[in-house]
Design a protein around this ligand. Structure first.
Ligand code: GLA
Length: 417
């Protein structure tokens, strides 16, 4: 009997890590989102004050600033584009905001070499109170496909708490997208409340948010006792890392833990990421967000004003060596090997046999780091490349150096003799 229970447990374990088997494929049979999706998302900068003129400008700026070339290839429209339904119940765009319609915008975005993302919700209304897709899943998926949409973020405001209902609602939109005749990747957005890493891929999603909405701040000012409290305290960069790092087993090609948007370059802008203490971060902290989102395999959705980026924001968002870690073909999310009050140290293997490591100083003061790579399970001798300095900074079995408060050092280690 005991043996039987044990083998059932082993089978269950295999399945729990077996997201890859159950994934939705593209029409051609390849993976949708083989690497974490990248792009620029409207929400933190514009909230629901979006319109086709601004979005065309953003698309232009994504090309001229080098964002597209660096890999940010989606323009994700978030909440606020909807204008209700027509007399045949087809969902329509707000005619004031999008007088030419979403199809024309999709055509424009595609002509620039970008893909278009759109937004809806698994209830009658979205989080900001606009028309959503419950009971119209097939009709809306067909509409999105006919417009040329490539990605759908599907929110969960106004929907029941129950996990089984959430699974059913996400499966119903995923099935509808599959039937639509177009490849449309699905981003699940229920804030990690119902453990979507356990079922997100099986229901047909390519990614799922792990926490409440990101705020433009380093961390919550009051202690956070559980994930749900992040909705009221506001989730800072460090809070999201702490509440996302344990699900590495569920992340991989076609199925990703989504740590929410990048706040890099927002500098405390008023708006969705500016409330609940979102007064802005230092460039050191923004650099940490980029490093940690990259090593932890999160989708990278910038939300700053791409039309007006300062040199620091460009340096951070366009760091090709850090982006290469995020987009590495092996798709292995880093695991945390050292975690104490002062440090978090993450390690991930890469497709070519190298390792990436990120050393985060959690404390409020500059500290000296003395890391023997063996402590991280890396027992060889390595050439050490600093991915922010863009140069090889040493060779050996350890790294010693200063790390500023809230800074993250990021290295690529290559086995050498
Ligand atoms: C929720 C989501 C956000 C954003 C808003 C839009 O809060 O978590 O990312 O999409 O809704 O209303």
């Amino acid at each position: 009997m005991k043996k039987k229970i044990l083998s059932l447990f082993v089978i269950a374990l295999c399945f729990s890590n077996g997201n890859a088997e159950a994934q939705t494929k593209s029409i051609e049979g390849t993976l949708l989102a083989p690497t974490p999706p990248m792009g620029w998302m409207t929400w933190n900068y514009f909230a629901d004050s979006i319109n086709e003129k601004d979005l065309r400008e953003m698309a232009d700026a994504m090309v001229s600033s080098g964002m597209l070339k660096a890999g940010y290839d989606h323009l994700f429209i978030d909440d606020g584009w909807q204008g209700g339904r027509d007399n045949k119940n087809n969902i329509i765009a707000d005619p004031q905001k999008f007088p030419s319609g979403i199809k024309a915008l999709a055509d424009y975005v595609h002509s620039k070499g970008l893909k278009l993302g759109i937004y809806s919700d698994a209830a009658p209304l979205t989080c900001a109170g606009y028309t959503a897709s419950l009971n119209f899943e097939e009709q809306d998926a067909k509409t999105f496909a006919s417009w040329g949409v490539d990605y759908l973020k599907y929110d969960y405001c106004g929907a029941p708490d129950d996990m089984e209902i959430a699974k059913t609602r996400y499966k119903s939109i995923a099935d509808a997208l599959r039937k639509s005749g177009r490849n449309i990747a699905l981003g699940i957005c229920e804030w990690g409340e119902r453990k979507p890493w356990l079922w997100g891929a099986q229901t047909g999603g390519q990614l799922w948010r792990t926490t409440a909405d990101v705020r433009d701040k380093w961390k919550s000012l009051t202690p956070v006792n559980n994930r749900s409290e992040l909705h009221s305290t506001g989730a800072g960069i460090l809070d999201i890392v702490d509440y996302s790092q344990d699900y590495a087993a569920y992340s991989g090609p076609g199925h990703w833990n989504d740590m929410d948007m990048l706040v890099v370059g927002l500098y405390g802008k008023k708006g969705p990421s500016g409330d609940l203490g979102g007064v802005g971060c230092t460039d050191t902290e923004y650099q940490s967000q980029m490093s940690l989102w990259s090593i932890l395999n999160s989708p990278l959705a910038a939300t700053n004003d791409v039309r007006n980026m300062n040199a620091e924001t460009k340096r951070i968002l366009l760091n090709d060596e850090v982006i290469a870690i995020n987009q590495d073909a092996l798709g292995k999310q880093a695991v945390c090997r050292i975690r104490n009050e002062s440090w978090s140290v993450f390690v991930r293997p890469l497709a070519n046999g190298d390792y990436a490591i990120a050393i985060l100083n959690r404390s409020e003061a500059t500290q000296n780091s003395k890391i023997n790579f063996a402590e991280l399970g890396l027992n060889e001798t390595y050439e050490i490349r600093d991915l922010w300095e863009h140069k090889v900074v040493g060779k050996g079995k350890k790294w010693n150096g200063k790390v500023k408060s809230h800074e993250t050092k990021m290295f690529r280690l290559k086995k050498t003799k």
